[in-house]
Design a protein around this ligand. Structure first.
Ligand code: ASP
Ligand code: MG
Length: 421
């Protein structure tokens, strides 16, 4: 058995869904558990619906939701002939789930409503694909993953209850494969023991796929993306970025930690624990080899891996009375980070100041600066970039930093990081 994960870009049009079918057809004798994301930018669109609703703009929320509905119904119309009607009924039932909520007034936290609305994206896309594959003769069963993946109620970043989920997958998902080869389900979403929908954090579908691979003990997981493979840098930032044919879990964890947009960081552990290889392949050119990620030492030396994070902000926190910044200050700060759910990308402690670098999420940074100002003098510097190079060499480092003003630099034998103004 294999797990396939198809991201939003692989299902964002009628042509792409047909392309997905072509890929799946290449595996006629394989048992496939297929995890799919919401179509294209649906998650972003649904976020807007949830925001409008929460701001009390019900009409606006319904108008935005209408666009999501029409887009899915139109896709269904263009994909299906005989099964359009039952598919539309299924989609409409899902629409209703979000709509009854939008007609109410918000009385709970935003994050709760966010999850109830945003989860619809994955339910819609998977229903559409499942109907289409069945009509195209690729027999499959659609399941609502909210009956399977149990989480806590930490909305928007829910944690999986592994015991419950394992029992469910083994007891109800695995037996489905006795009668058919393909099961289709949603990434990114789950539900609490009170049947409230939850989400696992943006881009969380990779993680869902890894959870299924782990519990079903599959021979591999393949993540189908719109890039030819994992690259050593973002080709949009570095046009001569090169493909990496082979990686191991350790390296991927490091890359994700430094901000490379490869795979959702939570994906690796469930695979690593069961030693399940991960393939990253291109759905546009499925014959390309892609990247193989495994648990062994690498045969070939890796190229330098470059991660450039833009829109960074540095907080310089200095003690008010020229006293040293000690454990007391630092632990206070880390409590603040935790409370505000904000993670520094880099920190450095000096005698009377503590430097920390973050993604510039304006609202959170303002709150942090305000709260920290009780204990420190706070200086905020914006519009910075954080450059990380793993397996760096001197020439490359000099080339990438030439003529740039470096505010902060950290280095280990393997990795160099600089904050650039
Ligand atoms: N649809 C969700 C998102 O856009 C989850 C995913 O794509 O993995 O974040
Ligand atoms: Mg996605």
């Amino acid at each position: 058995m294999k797990v396939f994960k198809f991201g939003g870009a692989s299902v964002n049009s009628v042509e792409r869904i047909k392309n997905l079918a072509k890929i799946v057809k290449q595996y006629p004798d394989e048992k496939l558990l297929i995890v799919i994301s919401a179509m294209g930018k649906t998650t972003n669109a649904l976020e807007k619906v949830a925001e409008a609703f929460y701001e009390g703009k019900k009409e606006e929320a319904l108008r935005l939701f209408e666009q999501v509905k029409q887009q899915h119904l139109t896709s269904a119309k263009n994909l299906l002939t005989v099964d359009y009607f039952p598919c539309a009924v299924h989609l409409k039932n899902l629409f209703t789930e979000a709509e009854w909520l939008v007609h109410d007034k918000p009385v709970r936290d935003f994050d709760y409503y966010y999850d109830q609305v945003v989860c619809i994206g994955e339910l819609l896309s998977t229903a559409l694909v499942s109907f289409y594959l069945n009509e195209a003769g690729i027999v499959n069963k659609w399941i609502d993953v909210r009956d399977i993946i149990r989480t806590d109620d930490n909305f928007r970043d829910a944690n999986i209850d592994w015991e419950f989920t394992k029992t469910k997958i083994q007891g109800t998902v695995a037996p489905l494969f006795n009668d058919l080869n393909i099961v289709i389900t949603q990434g990114f979403i789950g539900s609490t023991d009170e049947n409230e929908s939850t989400t696992l954090g943006r881009e969380g579908s990779d993680y869902t796929a890894a959870v299924f691979a782990n519990i079903l003990n599959t021979e591999s997981l393949t993540i189908w993306k719109d890039v030819q493979s994992v690259m050593n840098a973002d080709p949009k930032q570095f046009p001569d970025a090169e493909p990496i044919p082979e990686l191991n879990y350790n390296e991927v964890i490091e890359m994700a930690y430094y901000g490379a947009q490869v795979i959702h960081p939570k994906t690796i552990k469930p695979l690593h624990n069961k030693n399940i290889p991960l393939f990253v392949k291109c759905f546009l050119e499925p014959t390309l080899p892609g990247t193989l990620i495994h648990n062994q030492a690498l045969k070939k030396q890796l190229p330098a891996i470059i991660v450039l994070k833009e829109k960074q902000v540095m907080l310089e926190l200095s003690s008010k009375d020229f006293s040293f910044v000690g454990e007391h200050h630092v632990s206070h700060l880390y409590h603040l980070f935790e409370k505000l759910k904000i993670k520094p990308n880099l920190t450095q402690n000096g005698a009377i100041s503590f430097l920390s670098v973050f993604d510039d999420r304006v609202e959170k940074i303002e709150k942090l600066a305000l709260e920290a100002s009780e204990l420190f003098d706070v200086k905020v510097i914006k519009d910075l970039s954080l450059l990380t190079i793993r397996h760096f060499n001197k020439q490359l480092f000099e080339k990438l930093t030439e003529g740039k003003k470096i505010l902060l630099r950290q280095q280990t034998p393997d990795t160099i990081q600089v904050l650039i103004q």
